[in-house]
Ligand binder design. Structure first.
Ligand code: NAD
Length: 520
């Protein structure tokens, strides 16, 4: 039997070994989920909420243990694991448990035209059925957790496949979800390679697939999903810009860049990668951020005062170094770099944090997602140029504007082609369950989190009813005749023709045919 072993990327120490699943087992999971789901959807919402609340209690009781597992398996600091993964998971459980009733409530749709006054419509939300969820290693707990609880609350059965690289976290997440004592096969966990999982979910016709990962894999899945028109939600890559205006608070902006560009060793889809600073404060900003980076030492994330951990995978570190070296060859300069602590000197995953200047948009580091502890900084002369540079990317996940003038910041924010734009902050809205997360352009399809993300867990169904159930037919039904045609045209003239005489004559024609609704 094939096993997956998790290692601490900072120390290389083995954490644990986990059994993998075969494709056959995954297919069986999908079949079992399909059989179990209708009963779960028919369970009262109160009961579903009660079960999910048990997960919240479990998280609160095990906060530190879970944060420690995330830190060990992924390499991020334990504080980051808590602040950006476990804390948002607790808050999200509370939010969705409170809001689900409202999100799932039937909504009356007001009549859109007096000519159809007899029709009443109700919009309801129907769970998809069986959801496949595939998640990445960078936020291995928080990303899948919210999706799983939203899917369950909405009445779906879920099969979760987490990243192979962070199976210890995947299993901690599995334990948290299983603490709810869900009915059999409503939640199932698969440890299986991504390529097998993606193809199998689609070929075995899951009712919807949620994928978070690279744009490249997202495109592959979209092509593959065409086979059965499998609905997809794609949360993909980012190459986020940060615009620092002339009137920005430099200290706050530099602190923000340090956190949003380098926390999680820069492995955040919505992390700062490109910084555009007004030329008048460019030198001050670079100096300020550089000082902060020089004070950072890459270390083992489990120490209480650890500021930055190692990267999760060697492969990702190689990619980062390719981008950095490519930029340096092209003329970029290292304005500042962090040090690497003695305790992780031997780790192949330890990657210095870099602040690059003299960069341009022909360099990979600015053009593509680097996904590591690197930012490139460029000066701009005016708002127009800043917006143009920020939008010069195929990706559009999130962005930020830094200014003490909120009105101006909002004006610039609206011009940026990204799914979320924060003012005087960056990235953190991923932790706000009430705000939608998702990208423009090649950063993805659909939204997660908030009511919009919750809506992705269900499909809309409209039920249109007739108030005049005693009538025998609609005006426009058979048998057709010239009078029926004139009467229908009359309805439109009555409402919308400018000539009052035409309106009156049309009303008569409409009235004449209206009473046919009572005739056989
Ligand atoms: P990845 O695409 O390699 O892997 C993500 C997940 O997909 C993993 O579970 C992996 O096993 C699986 N996978 C791999 N090949 C697959 C295939 N052919 N079919 C189906 N699943 C497959 O991405 P990664 O390197 O693990 O994650 C980093 C990427 O994820 C970055 O681009 C980052 O920006 C993106 N990301 C986006 C968001 C977001 O919310 N938009 C959040 C986190 C990460």
């Amino acid at each position: 039997m094939i096993k997956t072993t998790s290692y601490n990327p900072a120390t290389g120490k083995k954490i644990a070994t986990f059994t993998t699943h075969s494709q056959k087992q995954l297919i069986k999971m999908i079949e079992d989920a399909r059989k179990a789901q209708p009963q779960w959807a028919a369970t009262s919402l109160k009961e579903r909420v009660k079960r999910v609340k048990k997960m919240q209690a479990y998280l609160v009781d095990n906060l530190k243990e879970i944060s420690n597992v995330i830190s060990q398996d992924n390499g991020k600091t334990e504080l980051e694991a808590f602040a950006s993964e476990v804390m948002p998971a607790v808050m999200a459980t509370s939010y969705y448990c409170k809001m689900t009733k409202k999100f799932l409530k039937d909504k009356k749709v007001p009549s859109g035209n007096i000519l159809l006054f007899n029709k009443t419509s109700v919009l309801r939300r129907e769970p998809f059925g069986v959801m496949g969820i595939i998640s990445p290693w960078n936020y291995p707990f928080a990303i899948p957790y919210s999706e799983v609880i939203m899917a369950l609350l909405a009445g779906n059965a879920v099969i979760l496949k987490t990243a192979t690289e962070t199976q210890a976290v995947g299993h901690a997440l599995k334990d948290a979800i299983e603490s709810a004592n869900l009915p059999p096969n409503i939640f199932q966990y698969a440890n299986i390679s991504g390529s097998i999982a993606g193809d199998t979910f689609i070929d075995a016709k899951v009712d919807k697939l949620f994928f978070t990962g690279s744009t490249e894999t997202g495109k592959y899945l979209m092509e593959k999903a065409a086979k059965h028109l499998t609905p997809l939600s794609l949360e993909l890559g980012g190459n986020d810009p940060m615009i620092v205006c002339q009137d920005a608070d430099i200290e706050r902006a530099a602190n923000g860049a340090l956190w949003a560009g380098f926390q999680n060793a820069g492995q955040s889809c919505g992390g700062v990668e490109r910084i555009y600073v007004h030329e008048s404060i460019y030198e001050d900003f670079v100096k300020n951020l550089s000082e902060k980076i020089k004070n950072i030492s890459i270390t083992c994330g489990q120490e209480a005062d650890a500021q930055m951990g190692v990267m999760t995978t060697k492969k990702q570190k190689q990619k980062v170094m390719e981008h950095v070296n490519g930029a340096l060859k092209g003329g970029a300069k290292i304005a500042a770099e962090s040090s690497i602590d003695a305790c992780v000197q031997k780790s192949e995953n330890a990657c210095k944090a870099y602040v690059l200047t003299n960069v341009n948009h022909n360099m990979q580091v600015m053009q593509e997602e680097t996904f590591g502890p690197v930012v490139g900084i460029m000066p701009f002369q005016n708002e127009e140029e800043a917006v143009q540079m920020a939008n010069d990317s195929d990706l559009g996940l999130t962005a930020s504007v830094w200014s003490t003038n909120r009105k101006k910041a909002k004006r610039i924010a609206k011009r940026i082609k990204a799914g979320a734009v924060t003012i005087n902050d960056h990235l953190m809205s991923h932790g706000m369950a009430e705000t939608p997360w998702g990208g423009f352009k090649e950063s993805g399809l659909g939204r997660t989190h908030s009511v919009l993300g919750f809506d992705e867990m269900t499909q809309p169904q409209i039920i249109v009813d007739d108030r005049l159930s005693l009538t025998k037919k609609n005006v426009w039904w058979h048998p057709y005749s010239p009078e029926v045609y004139d009467g229908l045209v009359g309805g439109i003239y009555l409402l919308y023709h400018k000539n009052i005489f035409k309106k009156i004559s049309s009303a008569l024609k409409l009235t004449k045919v209206f009473f046919r609704v009572f005739r056989k």
